[in-house]
Design a binder for this molecule. Structure first.
Ligand code: ZN
Length: 220
């Protein structure tokens, strides 16, 4: 069982599934040459992909182009199916900082063949995740600044105000396909500026008012 911690409450939460959305910021969709989608493009990482703050990311040997994607993580606090957008934020237990690490070379090959993305998105250590702050500690999840440093250099900077689908809409849409349960996590997409990470890099991802996540990188 994989657990994450809730700050201030000194409790651990068992993680279920991690539901992720692609192309949720227009600038990022553009930088990869993708159209802005009509409905959310969703995929799932298993809980075993989580790396805690201070841990090490292992880029698998079948890739030489692993990209960083800083994302706001949303912890679900109770079970819901087909959740109405107006009630969706009531299902949120907390917020955290995540990296949706992506093997861009492998993903490009899969996309070209029309194949699923799992081996590019859900490899071991592909989901570094900070501790979570309680939902009540975040006044407005659509007004948060995100910043990712690689070896101290700014690579991604953005605001959750630029999400194409805000958190409430994502919860509503994701829950039409998948029952969301306590301990499930939503990754909400990345702003522009994605790029490669390499052996020996140190990543520092910060979302103001939520937290900071630091991991090291090793190429296998
Ligand atoms: Zn992502």
């Amino acid at each position: 069982m994989h657990c994450i911690s809730m700050q201030d409450r000194h409790q651990n939460v068992a993680v279920g599934k991690i539901v992720c959305v692609a192309r949720n910021y227009a600038e990022h969709a553009r930088e990869l040459g993708n159209p802005v989608p009509d409905s959310a493009v969703l995929f799932i990482k298993p809980a075993g992909t989580i790396v805690a703050d201070g841990g090490t990311v292992l880029i698998p040997s079948y890739s030489s182009d692993c990209h960083h994607e800083i994302e706001l993580a949303v912890l679900i606090g109770r079970t819901g199916k087909a959740i109405a957008e107006a009630e969706a934020l009531d299902f949120v237990a907390g917020f955290g900082v995540a990296l949706d690490l992506t093997l861009r070379d492998v993903q490009a090959g899969l996309k070209a063949k029309g194949l699923p993305w799992e081996i590019a998105k859900a490899f071991d250590t592909s989901c570094p995740l900070s501790a979570f702050v309680p939902a009540a500690a975040v006044a407005d999840p659509q007004r948060l600044r995100l910043r990712l440093l690689v070896n101290g250099e700014v690579r991604q900077e953005g605001t959750t105000a630029d999400m194409l689908r805000p958190v409430a809409r994502l919860i509503s849409e994701a829950s039409t396909y998948f029952t969301l349960e306590a301990g499930d996590i939503l990754l909400t997409g990345t702003p522009s500026g994605v790029g490669p990470i390499r052996n020996g890099d140190r990543l520092e991802a910060t979302i103001e008012g939520v937290g900071t996540l630091r991991v090291d990188v090793r190429q296998c």
